[in-house]
Design a protein. Sequence first.
Length: 479
Amino acid sequence: MSKGATLGVVKAHREGIVTSASLAVTTPFYAHALETCVRACPELGIGLHFTLTSGKPVSPAGKVPLLVDERGFFRRGFLSLLCAASMREPDGLLDQVALELEAQLQRLLSDGVVPDHIDGERHVHLIPGVFERVVAAAERHRIPFVRLGRDAGCTHASVLDAPGLALGGGLLKYCLLSGLTALDRPRLGDSVQSTERVASYLYTGRLDRIMAALLANPADGALEIMVHPGVPEESAGQSLGSPGLERYLTSPERRAELDACVAARGKTDGWRLMTFAALAKERAEPAIVPFGPEHAEQVAALHCAALTGLLTELGLPAARAYYAGCARAGSAIGFVHVQGGKVRGFVLGSVDPERLRRAAALASPLRTLAGIFLGALRRPGSLPRLIGSFRGPDEGGFDRAAPELTYLAVAPERRGSGLGGQLVDAFTRALRGAGISAYELSVDEENRGAIAFYEARGFESAGRYREFGAAHRRCRLRL
């Protein structure tokens, strides 16, 4: 964005923990960034910092008149773009956004830069309507990552920071961008990924306040730490067509974030630093891994898409609450098949299924209640079924305390590939390793394919029961 920002990135990369940078191509300092940063730091991953609010468009002004003012600078701020895109007014705005996005990517490519991620200046890429075009461009150019992680900053927020966050707009930004992230997540597509978490919308521009806490608490999944290091005095007097951005780049806070990046060098135990390209390559290899909190969102979506039953009837919010609770419960045993950053199948159960159900509900009771409430509004008939599930089957019965494989699901495009069997085998090995002599599962009596699948793996019939008018078979595998 400016000379000072570029110099800050270079120092934070060479002396600190920065592994990737996103490059804006719409300011006069793009050429300086190419030579000083991109060419001089070959190990630094580079992405597109998609810009619609600062500098001048790459496209001729005559082709994007809805984006520029009479001076040729971008005319809109974030909120103006959000309102206009939401109302699809003026007509043709989003087409011009797509045109400018392609022009910015082509500028990078023509200069020999192959981007491995896309994010947005002021997070404009998260705006509904804009986001779909960003994903389409990423798919077209085989760019593996777009920023869409859940905010991790609130976990480390300090009460002492609350007044500054509220008055400085961090809290409002956190609420707005977290909401847009949730709206956009189903539109991410199959070939484009995001890190599970990002730090942080809440602490944008002040990551120095929570950097040490973030690094001291490694967590599963990938975390993108979003920093804006800079050398403020090198950005002074530079015109970007945005007074707010110019103040931001000359703020002492840029130096504070730079110092935090450098100070973090050697303090990343429990983390692996890498570029987006390296992460994409690593994730491209298919693997069956233990189920964890970073998988809960995708597992819930796959459950609702692939399975029937009460949880699916309650809907995605309830499923998210359930699987997030399972991930936090020590009694859950689960595995997921991940390829290209996407969950393609999962299996979940427990040695003590009743304990798991209680623990999953109590792990986040407010979230669980909210999910149930939303599900009941969506499908009122699901509430009596939920209440009835505590009574047990209408006819027959089974041992509800027996070790159980509760859920198994495979994405439609992977059915018939043997993945379901691999997941069952992983679950079986885990229970055998825990000293369990047998486990059970339930299957719809009409689902002959599923019954044959389990019988081929040595499951035996352990009884039948009826629940909510449907017949089910109980199957048992002796280990």
